[in-house]
Design a binder for this molecule. Structure first.
Ligand SMILES: NC(=O)c1ccc[n+]([C@@H]2O[C@H](COP(=O)([O-])OP(=O)(O)OC[C@H]3O[C@@H](n4cnc5c(N)ncnc54)[C@H](OP(=O)(O)O)[C@@H]3O)[C@@H](O)[C@H]2O)c1
Length: 292
């Protein structure tokens, strides 16, 4: 069977390993990244393009994995956007974290031009992107989802259809609400443990064996204990997600005192210039505020 031709846009921390997994599986890939030098590792492995309109030419599917809704808007509808190269019937799969409203709007505008669209954001950080074990939540027409399942199953070990356009993005906000709030409570717990004289390695050993064991405790807790804030998922991106989450909570009228405080803690860390660090660096903010 002929493998699908895929255009892949956005070779950041997540996009790069995802694109490599598709190549390994045998898909024919064309790649584009705004900062062109990030395409250099793809030489000889994929076709490399300098414009989104070019990478979308003669592709069955175009995947976007970029920062936010503005970036998706730019690469799809911008001056040199994909819509100026893609053929009718192409399916766009946006795997970035954006708002449900933006996903719905993009789906409608693409449909009017004869294209298909799925919002398919992901959970699991760089390690899951590398191992092809992301959790992927999908919104859009079910028939289109079924047609593109092979691609999604290459990138993730759990692929769940959530409903109409925008539902994948809404699910992602639900997911990251949990992640952001847990991170702050984990940081508070570890600062308490540290100040109280507990050994953090032993603390994590217990937490990772009991009722609250999770990749967040193991991986982000491990980074907090070591003070290693090298970036897997930047604080800047989690703060961006919290802004989308706040809008959604407001839209649906959800009483959300915890998320409000968590957003303020992320905001103050971001304003202190910590945006490029991993979001586990929230530990440092809590520790500094506790030592004042
Ligand atoms: N990292 C994680 O653990 C994780 C997990 C789940 C979901 N996500 C989500 O996945 C998406 C990508 O995250 P990431 O960690 O890979 O981020 P990243 O490393 O910062 O990469 C962001 C990508 O977006 C591109 N970009 C930003 N603004 C753009 C614009 N205006 N036009 C065109 N391209 C633009 C960047 O291009 P340049 O190289 O030119 O800057 C880069 O390729 C985000 O929506 C994030 O919230 C991340």
């Amino acid at each position: 069977m002929k493998m699908k031709r895929i255009g892949f846009i956005g070779l950041g921390l997540m996009g790069k390993p995802m694109a490599f997994n598709l190549i390994k599986k045998g898909y024919e890939l064309g790649v584009y990244n705004r900062t062109h030098e990030k395409t250099k590792d793809f030489q000889g492995k994929a076709e490399i393009f300098k414009k989104p309109s070019e990478v979308a030419k003669n592709r069955d599917v175009v995947i976007t994995m970029v920062r936010d809704h503005r970036a998706v808007e730019e690469v799809i509808f911008g001056e040199e956007g994909c819509i100026y190269g893609a053929s009718e019937g192409t399916t766009f799969i946006d795997m970035s974290t954006i708002s449900p409203e933006a996903s719905k709007d993009i789906a409608e505008r693409l449909k009017k031009k004869g294209f298909h669209f799925l919002d398919a954001p992901v959970s699991g950080s760089t390690w899951a992107a590398e191992s092809g074990t992301l959790a992927i939540m999908v919104g859009g027409e079910r028939e289109i989802f079924e047609k593109q399942k092979d691609i999604l199953q290459t990138l993730g070990s759990k692929v769940v259809y959530m409903g109409e356009s925008g539902m994948g993005s809404l699910m992602k906000l639900v997911n990251n609400l949990v992640g952001a709030c847990w991170t702050v409570s984990l940081a508070e717990a570890l600062v308490l443990a540290k100040k109280g004289g507990l050994n953090l390695e032993s603390v994590l050993e217990v937490l990772s064996a009991g009722a609250y064991k999770s990749p967040l405790v193991e991986i982000k807790g491990g980074k907090m204990a070591k003070g290693d804030f090298s970036t897997q998922f930047s604080l800047d991106l989690m703060y961006k997600d919290l802004l989308y989450i706040s809008d959604a909570l407001e839209k649906y009228g959800v009483f959300s005192p915890v998320t409000s405080v968590v957003k303020e803690i992320f905001k103050s860390s971001f304003e202190k210039g910590m945006g490029n660090l991993d979001y586990s660096s929230i530990f440092e903010t809590i520790e500094k505020m506790s030592n004042r």
